[in-house]
Write a protein of this length. Structure first.
Length: 256
């Protein structure tokens, strides 16, 4: 593995091509296009009634709604997957049959090809890919927000490299505006007793804070370092050491 990945490099032509591809994709991420995607997903999964205030009346109805919401969120991507994970934590607002279904919402997606990740590493790290002796282009994990790779620093230390996927930050910023518009509409349409107990703006604030921390690797690095300080006195507990952090890249001690 080490020999095959020791000389991962991007040519100038490949960097130019990848940047152009991402620029084209970025231009296609607009509030209008994302609203169309949401409307299409809601219709496809039988959720349009939510925009008119239609809610289930029994446990089986809530369970069926949870299954449909899960499928729609999975289809709509990282912003909505994270929203679903926040909804699971608001069990005081939603019935168990609904949140139980959302608990199975998987934050696992096919990895982006490694050249896109290499481009971010080249742009974010002071030494680019030369930071590493080698990096395995096959990810250890691939989630909707980031992908994780195994690598070795130039001084020989094994490390894990977490990289935020390209365009996720733009997608999130665009989607949150769409979600806020939809939430205001749904809030107005809810029956008064339900509207009084369901604080959609509050849910969105929790969601925004949670997603923001995952989009900035510097925040995750600070949280990890704080956790390491807290557990220092416990010999049986260990938190990986942070070696390097930028907004989109986190390089940490590799723990097998």
């Amino acid at each position: 593995m080490v020999e095959s990945t020791r000389r991962v490099r991007l040519s100038a032509e490949e960097r130019f091509r990848l940047k152009r591809e991402l620029e084209v994709k970025a231009k296609a991420i607009t509030p209008r296009s994302r609203m169309r995607a949401v409307a299409s997903a809601l219709a496809r999964h039988g959720l349009s009634q939510l925009l008119s205030g239609g809610l289930p009346r029994d446990e089986e109805g809530w369970r069926a709604l949870g299954r449909r919401v899960k499928k729609a969120f999975q289809e709509l991507g990282p912003t909505y997957i994270k929203l679903g994970q926040v909804l699971v934590t608001r069990q005081e607002l939603f019935p168990d049959p609904f949140t139980d279904e959302l608990k199975t919402l998987l934050d696992e997606v096919p990895p982006m090809p490694f050249p896109y990740i290499a481009l971010i590493l080249e742009e974010e790290l002071p030494e680019g890919l030369d930071t590493f002796n080698w990096i395995d282009p096959e990810p250890l994990a691939s989630a909707s927000v980031a992908q994780v790779y195994r690598a070795e620093l130039k001084d020989g230390r094994a490390c894990a490299v977490k990289v935020v996927r390209p365009l996720v930050d733009l997608l999130f910023q665009t989607d949150i505006g769409v979600i806020k518009r939809l939430a205001r509409r749904v809030q107005r349409l809810l029956p008064p007793p339900v509207a009084a107990s369901v604080d959609l703006p509050g849910i969105l604030e929790d969601y925004y804070s949670s997603a923001l921390s995952e989009l900035d690797m510097r925040l995750e690095a600070r949280n990890t370092q704080e956790g390491k300080r807290i557990v220092e006195e416990f010999a049986t507990l260990d938190v990986p050491e942070v070696y390097l952090a930028t907004q989109r890249v986190l390089v940490m001690e590799f723990v097998d």
